[in-house]
Design a protein around this ligand. Structure first.
Ligand code: SF4
Length: 193
């Protein structure tokens, strides 16, 4: 759908320069999705991997975030190995609803209520990032937290349009439950992609 060099705004790698590759196509259907234009893969052009790699390598990026849409719908073996061969660390942002084909350095698992994740998401996750859009999402987040591996970092992130409502609740929750950290979509505050 698009690719660009920017700053990772959220989660564990927040603040880090990152080349974003956003793959089109998603079958999860989150009502609050902020990239609904990504859902229809057919409405976006096919980009050749070697052309994409040339553009990534032309920047100083040492970190690439593969996102979507739902990037795990695709076999990512090729792009992941090319990135590694060029010394670029890779991360995926996924709802965990499809098994991942491809070797990534960082697996950010962001489960969604609209489609159940596959089991491998829980043991592959380096980071569990739960978007808070409803008061019941706190207990829903805990249901996932007990299933991820022991070293997985835990983040709660307010849904952007409901930030005013949920940010104070998340701050209070994190103070009471310090295994969780707060994640903000700082790129949106900075007005960068
Ligand atoms: S999984 Fe991501 S891209 Fe897909 S609908 Fe949900 S928020 Fe949007």
């Amino acid at each position: 759908m698009e690719h660009f060099y920017t700053i990772q705004g959220e989660g564990f790698h927040s603040g880090r320069a990152a080349y974003f590759v956003r793959l089109a196509g998603c079958d999860v259907g989150c009502v609050w999705c902020d990239v609904k234009e990504s859902w229809d893969a057919g409405s976006h052009p096919v980009v050749k991997l070697d052309a994409l790699m040339k553009e990534i390598i032309a920047t100083k990026a040492d970190f690439c975030v593969i996102t979507g849409g739902e990037p795990a719908l695709y076999d990512l073996t090729g792009i992941c190995s090319l990135l590694k061969r060029n010394g670029i660390e890779t991360a995926i942002e996924t709802s965990g609803t499809a098994p991942l084909a491809g070797d990534v350095d960082w697996y950010c698992f962001s489960p969604k209520k609209f489609k159940a994740p596959v089991e491998e998401a829980y043991y592959k996750a380096n980071e569990l990032k739960v978007v808070i859009n409803h008061p019941s999402d706190f207990s829903w987040a805990e249901e996932h937290a007990v299933k991820v591996n022991a070293s997985c970092k835990l983040y709660l992130q307010p849904e952007w349009s409901k930030q005013e409502r949920f940010l104070p609740q998340i701050i209070a929750y994190v103070k009471e439950n310090p295994k969780w950290s707060l994640s903000l979509q700082t790129h949106k505050f900075m007005n960068i992609p």
